[in-house]
Design a protein around this ligand. Structure first.
Ligand code: AMP
Length: 215
């Protein structure tokens, strides 16, 4: 099952990706996670990506397309995957299509998590992530039972460096200008499924899962 989760920053792609990856036993592949790992490891690629990430801008297409090409060739991705945060503009979507076309394995479905713009800021400023298992909480909307600690594994929760108000504003602008046009792009391919991304997290998972079951 070759799928993409599409949506604005804070729309729940990461949260849903973690759960759906377990449910369908396919990897969640997040370019944001791959880039953050490269920055943390201090690799050359990480150094090149860091300033764009800190500013809430997009990292160059060459870098992220290269990362995706490598990651999709790993064995655990052979039976499918959930792409999270990639593609992020039309050039990346076209590169992905041609990469998958060469393999004879086109994308099967794209799920748009649709969240009103006003809600995204609150979600992003309140977001906290477990450093061990990647589970995502929100101090306003879905807090952990114990402050600063992951309910599922006990790991420490941290706030992403780019989840500050200034950077968030820029990331939302970049989404509107560069990523939102992908909605039309995938509609034209008859691959887009829009799901309301608000309300109960489990219900959203079920709605996305129901789409995945049909593709
Ligand atoms: P995310 O975790 O998906 O919100 O991504 C965090 C940051 O990583 C973004 O604000 C970008 O700077 C960078 N990034 C992640 N995915 C991409 C992508 N597909 N293209 C360009 N930059 C990306």
């Amino acid at each position: 099952m070759r799928t993409v989760l599409l949506g604005a920053p804070g729309s729940g792609k990461g949260t849903q990706g973690v759960v759906l990856s377990k449910k369908f036993n396919i990897p969640q592949i997040s370019t944001g996670d791959l880039l953050r790992a490269a920055v943390k490891a201090g690799t050359e690629l990480g150094k090149q990506a860091k300033s764009a990430m800190d500013a809430g801008a997009l990292v160059s297409d060459d870098i992220v397309i290269g990362l995706i090409r490598e990651r999709l060739s790993e064995e655990d991705a052979l039976d499918g995957y959930i792409l999270d945060g990639f593609p992020r503009n039309i050039a990346q979507a076209e590169a992905l299509d041609s990469m998958l076309e060469q393999l004879g394995q086109p994308l099967q479905g794209v799920v748009l998590l649709d969240v009103p713009f006003e809600e995204l800021m609150q979600r992003l400023t309140g977001r906290r992530t477990c450093k061990d298992c990647g589970a995502i909480y929100n101090i306003h909307l879905s807090p952990p039972k114990k402050e600063g600690q992951c309910d599922s594994c006990g790991g420490e929760l941290f706030q992403r460096a780019d989840d500050n108000e200034e950077t968030i504003g820029n990331r939302l602008k970049v989404y509107e200008e560069q990523t939102a046009p992908l909605i039309g792009y995938y509609q034209r391919q008859h691959k887009l499924h829009a799901i309301p991304g608000t309300g109960d997290i489990d219900e959203i998972t079920n709605a996305v899962g129901a789409v995945f079951d049909t593709i």
